[in-house]
Design a protein. Structure first.
Length: 536
C-alpha cells in the first residue's frame, strides 16, 4: 500500500502541470501507463489559442468559441477560462516552453478554422512536443514528484466502487461518495497495489482508440472516463467526438495528422476532380470549424465513391512549408509526397472527445476528493464542438485551478484506513488472449461504421446491441483472468463506446459534431434546452 498527498493519473500537459504546482505543498505520485511523454499533448501540432494582441480581444475569442460550440457552451466557463489564458501562457513560458516568434520578437501567431483572427501560439508544427518537453524537464527538477512509468490505474477507490463489477446502465447517483485513491497495476511485475491519496486528479486524456482511425496515440483508451463511470461520477456530452478533417491517407501513415494550421496559412481542400469544394458548405470555406469541414469531406467521399480528398498547399511555397511545418513536410516526404508540388491525400479521423467527466470551474467532480482536468473533463468550454487549439488552453488553465482546489481539499482530508487490497482470487492466465484483440477489432469497426461523422437511429441501435454483447463477453473474461493492461484497456473502451452510443441516441437532433440523418434540422432554439445533460 502506497501513500501520497496527491495522486495524478496521466502525464500530458494537464497532469504534469497540476503535479508541478502541487509539489510545493505535498508529495505527488504521477501514474502513467507508458513513458512519461506518451500522451495526446505530445502529438498536438496546432498550438494554444490565446488572445494576446491588440488586434484580438478576450471577447472575440469568447464569441468564436461560442459559435463553434453550437449553443452548448457554458458561457461563464468560456469567459472564465479564456480570460485566464494569457497568465497561464506566461507561466508555461517561465517553465521553459519556447514558442515561434517573428523577426521583431513578437509571437508568430497562427490561425485555424473557426477563429476570426490569428491567435494560435505555436512552436512551428510541434507545439505539444515542446510543451511536454518543458513540463517534463521541470518535473524532473521538482521536489516531491514521483513519476511511475508503466503503471496502469485499474479503478478508482470510492464508496461506489465494489470489486470492479458494474453493469452498463443509465447512471444517476444522488449521493456523491468520496475517492480515496486507485488500484494501480505495475505492468512490469504484474501486481496490483493500493495507492492512497487525500486527493486524486484524473488527467488521463482522450478516447480516440475506440475508433479504427484516430490521430490519438495508442494510450488514448478512455481509461479515466471509464473509471469515473464505474465510480458513479456525472458525465455529459459524450456524443460529441470531434473528427479531425485532415489526416494523411496512406496505408503506412497510421492516421498522421495534417494540422489545421496548414489551411490557416492558405491551403485548400479539393476533390478528385481538382475542384475546391468547401465554399459549397460554408461561407468561411476552408476555415470553417472542424465539424463542418469533416462532414463536407465525408459528403464528397460518399457522393463520389472516392477513398479520400486532397489538401492543396502548393501555393504556400517550399520555403514557407519547410520552415512553418517541418514535421509535416518531412513526414509527407517520407511517404513520397512533396507538399510543395503534390496534393496531400487526406481523410477525417477521430481526434478529440469534447465531453467528459463534469467538473466545476475549480476542476471538482461530483465525487468528493476526485478532480479532473484536460480532455477527460467537461468544463463547459467546448460545447458541441471544440474550437481549434482551445484544448491546450483549457489544460493549462484548469490544471492550475485543479492544483489549488486539491491543496484546499487535502487540508480537510485524512487518508482512508480501511481500503481492502486488490482481490485476484479465482483468476488464472487464460489460454486465448486472442479474444482481446478480436473484441477490440470488432468494437472499433462497430464504432467507425455506425457511430462516426454521420449517424442515424438505426445505426446507433445496431451499435448498441453489438457493444452490449462485447461487454458481456469481456466482463466474463475480466472476472476470470489475471489482470493485464490490454484487457483493462479493452474493458474501458467498451464502456466508452457504450457511453458514446447512449449519449448519441439521447440527443434527437443534429448539433455541432453530432449529425443525425433522422433529425437533420436544428430545432427552434426557443424549444430547445441548451444545457442538456446525460448522466449515462
Amino acid at each position: 500500500m502506497e501513500r501520497s498527498e496527491f495522486l495524478v493519473i496521466g502525464s500530458g500537459a494537464a497532469g504534469l502541470s497540476v503535479a508541478l504546482t502541487l509539489s510545493a505543498r505535498g508529495s505527488v505520485t504521477v501514474i502513467t501507463k507508458k513513458e512519461s511523454a506518451e500522451s495526446n499533448t505530445n502529438y498536438a501540432q496546432g498550438g494554444i489559442a490565446v488572445a494576446v494582441t491588440e488586434a484580438d480581444s478576450i471577447e472575440n475569442h469568447v464569441q468564436d468559441t461560442l459559435i463553434a460550440g453550437a449553443g452548448l457552451c457554458d458561457e461563464s466557463a468560456v469567459r472564465s477560462i479564456i480570460s485566464e489564458g494569457p497568465a497561464r501562457l506566461a507561466e508555461l513560458q517561465q517553465r521553459g516552453a519556447s514558442f515561434s516568434r517573428k523577426p521583431d520578437g513578437n509571437l508568430d501567431l497562427g490561425r485555424e478554422g473557426g477563429h476570426s483572427v490569428n491567435r494560435i501560439v505555436h512552436t512551428k508544427d510541434a507545439t505539444g512536443r515542446e510543451i511536454e518537453r518543458a513540463l517534463l524537464d521541470s518535473v524532473r527538477m521538482a521536489p516531491n514528484i514521483n513519476v511511475l512509468e508503466h503503471h496502469f490505474a485499474v479503478d478508482l477507490i470510492t464508496d461506489h466502487q465494489a470489486g470492479g463489477n458494474y453493469q452498463l446502465r443509465n447512471h444517476n447517483t444522488k449521493t456523491p461518495g468520496s475517492c480515496y485513491g486507485a488500484y494501480v497495476l505495475d505492468d512490469e511485475i504484474g501486481r496490483v497495489d493500493v495507492y492512497l491519496a487525500k486527493v486524486t486528479i484524473l488527467a488521463s486524456g482522450g478516447t480516440g482508440q475506440v475508433y479504427q482511425h484516430t490521430t490519438n496515440p495508442g494510450v488514448a483508451t478512455g481509461d479515466g472516463l471509464a473509471m469515473a463511470y464505474r465510480s458513479g461520477a456525472r458525465l455529459r456530452h459524450l456524443e460529441f467526438m470531434q473528427f479531425h478533417p485532415t489526416t494523411l491517407f496512406h496505408e503506412s501513415a497510421g492516421s498522421f495528422l495534417i494540422s489545421e494550421a496548414v489551411r490557416g496559412e492558405g491551403a485548400v481542400l479539393r476533390n478528385n476532380n481538382g475542384e475546391s469544394f468547401m465554399a459549397q458548405y460554408d461561407s468561411r470555406s476552408d476555415l470553417a470549424p472542424r465539424d463542418i469541414v469533416a462532414r463536407a469531406i465525408d459528403d464528397q467521399m460518399k457522393t463520389s465513391g472516392d477513398s479520400h480528398a486532397w489538401l492543396d498547399a502548393t501555393k504556400l511555397g517550399r520555403g514557407t512549408l519547410e520552415s512553418r511545418f517541418p514535421t509535416i513536410f518531412q513526414r509527407c516526404l517520407d511517404y513520397g509526397i512533396d507538399m510543395a508540388v503534390d496534393f496531400i491525400p487526406v481523410v477525417p479521423a477521430a481526434h478529440y472527445m469534447c465531453g467528459g467527466v463534469v467538473t466545476d470551474l475549480n476542476a471538482r467532480t461530483s465525487i468528493r476528493n476526485l478532480l479532473a482536468c484536460g480532455e477527460v473533463a467537461s468544463t463547459g468550454l467546448h460545447g458541441a464542438n471544440r474550437l481549434a487549439s482551445n484544448s491546450l488552453l483549457e489544460a493549462i488553465v484548469m490544471s492550475h485551478r485543479a492544483a489549488h482546489a486539491a491543496i484546499e481539499d487535502a487540508s480537510e482530508t485524512t487518508f482512508s484506513s480501511d481500503v481492502p487490497d486488490w482481490d485476484a482470487s479465482g483468476t488464472s492466465n487464460p489460454m486465448e488472449w486472442v479474444l482481446v484483440s478480436h473484441n477490440l477489432d470488432e468494437l472499433q469497426r462497430t464504432m467507425t461504421n455506425y457511430v462516426g461523422i454521420v449517424r442515424s437511429v438505426s445505426r446507433l441501435e445496431r451499435a448498441r446491441r453489438r457493444t452490449h454483447l462485447l461487454f458481456e463477453e469481456t466482463e466474463a473474461f475480466y472476472r476470470s483472468s489475471v489482470i493485464s493492461v490490454r484487457l483493462c484497456e479493452l474493458r474501458n473502451l467498451i464502456a466508452v463506446g457504450h457511453l458514446i452510443i447512449q449519449s448519441a441516441l439521447a440527443r434527437r437532433e443534429s448539433r455541432g459534431l453530432h449529425y443525425m440523418t433522422d433529425f437533420p434540422v436544428l430545432p427552434d432554439e426557443n424549444q430547445y434546452k441548451s444545457d442538456l445533460e446525460y448522466n449515462v
